[in-house]
Design a protein. Structure first.
Length: 707
């Protein structure tokens, strides 16, 4: 969430992709690294964009749109049809200092495909944009911030801009409506299919018109919605975070967004009716290699029977298998407890992807309180598909860098009140955030412990990790705070991005064999502190290089992803200043070394990801633990029995023992030999309900390799 971490800026038609806009951040957007550090690019982009706008002569009639966010007009789109048939599109909005300013010239051919496009200006994070596409005489070529490609003898495809405007969504829908099956092959890859969902009449008091909601698949994990008017011109494109709508019609925006949200909810309910496989009988996995998470060993040729929502038996033969049981042949497969992701800021739409990854329990360490309580209930009731949810309530102080969850905590009374509010909501843990006043920490810890809740968190600005341990923290989130313990010069500024940049630049210079580090580790051990290192996010942030897929850690599954998600994978990462490459690489190794050191000293590690790429990132996190040198069996324990014990839920979860809840995954191959084998989860069982993981992935536009 937000300043926990960096976030890649991935946009489609001028608006953020789904993952970038969880509900916890409605009206907010995760702050990108580049945000803080791209001031130079910003100034350059202004100079490029502004004079050319002023110099242009306007032909035709401009069609005017407002950009509306939280009920306030914060920008505009203007589309002008030029005499030569091309479109001149200007798009800009301002969102607390961020926001794009783009100008596109777009030509379409007679089939409605884009034949040339040129976009200049800067994007949401104020990074300069200069994107071009042409398709001429069978040659498609384009360049943007990440790609530079030429394809000769190519058949026509529709080009999706890296940094486009809402207008391009309408151009795409119009092209699709003229194409066979309303489907379009896309540059750089993939396919979109457009369907008309519904047409409704709207009125603004002066006029009325009919507008149609379209839905385009294949671009993002969820279908993208867009509204056209009776002339097939753009009417509205957006989400509650922000939307463009025809000027003069913002009074109907809420109605259109409601219709979209209802559609999203209906699609979610449809999945919840079609994907779960419920058998009125037992499920038996026979002749399987069973991962005994308590002992960290494989038990060969086991047979496990699930009945109802619990594990009925675990045995060496199928003697206990009821005759009418649904059997799964476990030959050459491994049966493991359902996986845990201990750091996932949840969005309801993540549900199917998380189960597809094998994750049956998540801990949410910071979200809008009402939203997370509602989502947890929807997953539990089966209204929506998703894992079990454990709530850790986030408390943060005031100031410029406060987490966008609603309430802030500034007084002793508020501290007590907010802990009790979370307790009522069902939270079992409090997560302290970076801007909390250190003077309030003892109150929060005392009240949380009195309520039987755990306490974890960021280390608040003004404190070091060792101080937080002495104040009664049970757990420290994020590996960077362990390094910051040895950078006291940053102590008063860690509510700012310094907590990310200082560690990226200096973690590699900390001697992990030094006496101060040894003393600190001994302190963590003596207080039985748990670490939720989310090492993957720090590792990829320091190593991701623009345009280099291998550097992201997700090369193996990039081809599975919807086009706009996969091509923006390499846009994350910290900006590379002079001399930083080597420092970043040293720090990336230091993160892994720290994880290995914690583990070697008996400090419990729980696997969490902080939403690097929900549905794919837990396995990457586990791969990094293995890369750090932790044995695979113990890596798997960090995502099964260890989190269950830490959360005091090991009486029902975390291992495959009779009487425990029926949460398990069937993996083709053996992840004890190679952690990456976890990508071959074929079946996920949660509470005795079975899911085909490939069908789960397909439901969100992910084309996983069959297992
Ligand atoms: Zn965090
Ligand atoms: Zn987080």
């Amino acid at each position: 969430m937000c300043t926990c971490r960096s976030h890649r800026w991935s946009a489609l038609f001028g608006l953020p992709l789904e993952d970038a806009t969880h509900s916890c951040l409605s009206g907010e957007l995760p702050l990108g690294r580049r945000d803080w550090l791209a001031a130079v690019g910003s100034a350059a982009a202004w100079v490029m964009a502004s004079p050319s706008l002023a110099a242009t002569k306007l032909y035709g009639t401009p069609v005017q749109y407002d950009f509306v966010s939280s009920g306030v007009v914060k920008g505009s789109q203007t589309t002008i049809q030029m005499p030569d048939g091309s479109l001149d599109v200007r798009y800009e909005f301002i969102d607390r200092g961020r926001g794009p300013k783009l100008r596109s010239t777009i030509r379409c051919d007679e089939t409605g495909f884009i034949s040339s496009l040129h976009t200049t200006g800067y994007n949401y994070l104020k990074v300069a944009v200069n994107e071009r596409f042409t398709f001429r005489n069978g040659t498609a070529s384009w360049q943007n911030s990440v790609e530079q490609q030429t394809h000769r003898n190519a058949s026509p495809r529709f080009y999706i801009s890296m940094e486009g405007t809402p207008e391009e969504g309408a151009i795409m829908v119009r092209a699709a409506l003229r194409a066979q099956n309303a489907s379009l092959p896309l540059w750089p890859s993939g396919l979109t299919k457009v369907v008309a969902v519904k047409t409704i009449a709207v009125g603004n008091g002066r006029a009325s018109t009919r507008v149609t909601m379209y839905e385009a698949s294949g671009l993002d994990f969820a279908p993208v919605n867009l509204w056209l008017d009776e002339n097939n011109e753009l009417f509205m494109s957006g989400i509650s975070w922000g939307a463009v709508i025809r000027s003069g019609w913002s009074s109907v925006l809420a109605q259109l967004l409601d219709a979209q949200n209802e559609r999203v909810a209906e699609l979610g309910r449809q999945l919840a009716r079609s994907l779960p496989q419920r058998f009125g009988t037992a499920i038996a996995v026979t002749n399987v290699s069973l991962f005994d998470s308590q002992r960290g060993v494989i038990v060969p040729d086991a047979t496990v029977v699930f009945h109802g929502d619990t594990i009925a038996s675990v045995g060496a033969s199928d003697a206990a298998v009821p005759r009418d049981a649904r059997r799964i042949d476990g030959t050459n497969k491994t049966l493991l407890p359902g996986l845990w992701n201990m750091h996932m800021h949840t969005f309801a739409g993540f549900g199917p992807r998380l189960l597809a990854e094998g994750v049956t329990t998540i801990r949410d360490p910071g979200n809008n309180p009402e939203y997370i309580a509602k989502t947890k209930a929807q997953f539990e009731s089966g209204e929506l598909i998703g894992p079990r949810v454990i709530i850790a309530g986030l408390v943060d102080g005031t100031g410029k860098y406060t987490a966008p969850i609603g309430a802030t905590t500034a007084t002793v009374d508020e501290a007590i009140e907010h802990v009790r509010m979370y307790k009522k909501l069902g939270a079992v843990q409090i997560k302290i955030y970076s801007s909390i006043d250190p003077k309030l920490v003892p109150t929060i810890v005392k009240e949380a412990h009195a309520q039987g809740m755990r306490v974890s968190g960021h280390i608040p600005a003004g404190m070091l990790a060792q101080d937080a341990v002495h104040e009664g923290f049970d757990e420290i989130q994020h590996v960077n705070f362990l390094f910051l313990n040895f950078m006291p010069d940053t102590m008063n500024f860690t509510q700012t991005p310094i907590r990310l940049t200082a560690t990226a630049e200096r973690a590699g210079t900390i001697d992990l064999q030094s006496q101060p580090v040894k003393d600190f580790i001994a302190l963590l051990k003596s207080k039985e502190i748990v670490s939720d290192p989310t090492v993957g996010i720090f590792y990829t942030d320091t190593l991701t290089r623009t345009g280099d897929l291998a550097s992201t850690g997700f090369a193996e599954i990039a081809g599975w992803l919807p086009v706009q998600v996969s091509r923006t994978l390499t846009t994350g990462g910290l900006p590379l200043g002079p001399g930083l490459d080597g420092k970043y690489r040293a720090s990336a190794q230091a993160y892994l070394d720290m994880v290995a050191l914690l583990h070697a000293n008996g400090i419990r590690i729980v696997a969490g990801t902080d939403d690097v790429l929900p549905g794919f990132d837990l396995i990457h996190e586990l791969e990094l633990y293995a890369q750090a040198g932790i044995r695979n069996a113990q890596v798997l324990q960090a995502a099964t029995i260890v989190p269950a014990r830490v959360m005091h839920m090991d009486d029902t979860l975390g291992s495959l023992d009779p009487g425990k809840l029926a949460d398990a995954i069937v993996v083709h191959g053996n992840p004890l030999e190679e952690i990456s084998q976890l990508r071959n989860v074929g079946t996920t069982i949660k509470g005795g309900v079975m899911y085909d993981t490939r069908a789960l992935y397909a439901s969100c536009g992910v084309r996983a390799t069959p297992v």
